[in-house]
Design a protein around this ligand. Structure first.
Ligand code: ZN
Length: 392
């Protein structure tokens, strides 16, 4: 009998011991859940910014060298190729950034700059984004995810000849961002379809100060759109390249300029040649609203009325018309630096690069939403000090 009792005691005590151990395990597990410490959760490493200095701009040749350097430094992420040539025979470079080792199907996007040669910061913003993506790949999770799932195509200088002489127009005196086949050459879109007079004389633009004074509805100036749509080698190159991209899940387009300080979506002046769906309008508006709320840039669809900023034959309108993907005109820099039809002030380079980066990163983290015309509500993670406090 005594033996039996002691057996029962042992059984009872060991059950208690097991229960205590088991409860302890549960407590441990709950503790680790609360503190969020399990080793399998990978923390995002803060991204770093490119080491750029104010005043160090890249002309066509410096841009060419910079792209070649990226190719040497990041052979598994970078491919550099020419999409065509300018009037004077300069290559129009494109850099494709993606993790080549990841061969899954990817979405693609195109960001370009320098279609107006005097708008330097548009090209600089393209290079800055390139640098940022490359230096943060494999350390910052957001950037790594982007390059694993996306082919980012960047054309920093669409108008190499214009960039070299700091001119808005190309070598033929044509405004390339009026040369696309959409409402081409219409006066109300600030365009005159002149081309070169007698095949020789360049007439980049005409001013109509007097006429504008008497008839305020008449544009103050008209820029030369070329005699016909896609008359220029630079716009032909971009057109053909976009058509190639269309075969690889082309998902959004950004055409960068200076210095109106806005982001805008199609349509720039006339009514679209097709019915715009509610969803397309909603998504374009959502992006613009995000930019207005999260950066210092303004809504370009609202800031300019009537003739002050009406433009026909633009790359953005044409891209949207052809491919029906979210398309934007992004005007970097403050209005105070407006270079107009030539010249202009360039200043605070690093500030403007940091101001611009969030817009690109926002679009990139939302590429799948944009591709499917779904609400782009993913917030990009950004380094400290981005975007910076607006300049006074
Ligand atoms: Zn421009």
């Amino acid at each position: 009998m005594k033996k039996k009792i002691s057996h029962l005691k042992v059984l009872f005590l060991s059950s208690i011991l097991l229960l205590v151990m088991f409860t302890g395990c549960i407590e441990e597990e709950q503790k680790s859940k609360k503190t969020g410490e399990p080793p399998e959760i990978k923390m995002d490493h803060p991204s770093i910014l490119p080491d750029w200095k104010d005043g160090e701009y890249h002309d066509y040749y410096e841009t060419t060298d910079e792209l070649a350097d990226f190719k040497v430094k990041y052979p598994d992420l970078v491919n550099v190729f020419s999409i065509g040539k300018s009037v004077l025979g300069k290559d129009i470079w494109c850099i494709r950034i993606t993790n080549e080792k990841n061969t899954q199907a990817k979405l693609s996007c195109l960001i370009d700059g320098g279609i107006h040669g005097c708008e330097w910061e548009a090209g600089e913003a393209c290079l800055y984004l390139t640098d940022y993506l490359l230096i943060n790949f494999d350390s910052n999770e957001t950037v790594t995810d982007i390059l694993n799932t996306t082919e980012v195509f960047i054309v920093p200088l669409l108008n190499p000849d214009g960039r070299q002489i700091d001119d808005r127009f190309n070598e033929n005196g044509i405004d390339l961002n009026r040369n696309f086949d959409v409402d081409f050459g219409r006066i109300r879109g600030h365009s005159m379809p002149l081309g070169k007079l007698f095949g020789r004389i360049k007439i980049p633009y005409l001013r109509f100060d007097r006429l504008h004074k008497w008839f305020p509805n008449f544009p103050l100036f008209l820029t030369n759109s070329g005699r016909r749509a896609f008359s220029e080698p630079e716009t032909q190159a971009l057109r053909d390249f976009m058509r190639e991209l269309d075969n690889s899940d082309f998902s959004f387009y950004v055409n960068c300029h200076t210095a109106v300080h806005t982001i805008s979506s199609p349509w720039h002046v006339f009514k679209p040649p097709f019915e715009l769906s509610n969803q397309e309008e909603k998504i374009h508006d959502y992006v613009i609203e995000w930019v207005v709320e999260n950066t210092e840039y303004e809504d370009g669809d609202m800031s300019f009325e009537g003739y002050s900023y009406a433009a026909s034959g633009t790359a953005t309108d044409w891209c949207f018309k052809e491919f029906r993907i979210p398309s934007f005109t992004f005007e970097i820099l403050s209005k105070a630096y407006e270079p107009g039809a030539g010249g202009g002030k360039h200043d605070n380079l690093v500030h403007w690069m940091k101001t611009t980066l969030p817009v690109f990163m926002y679009l990139l983290v939302n590429i799948e939403n944009l591709h499917n015309w779904k609400t782009p509500d993913i917030q990009p993670s950004l380094p400290d000090g981005v975007p910076p406090t607006p300049l006074q």
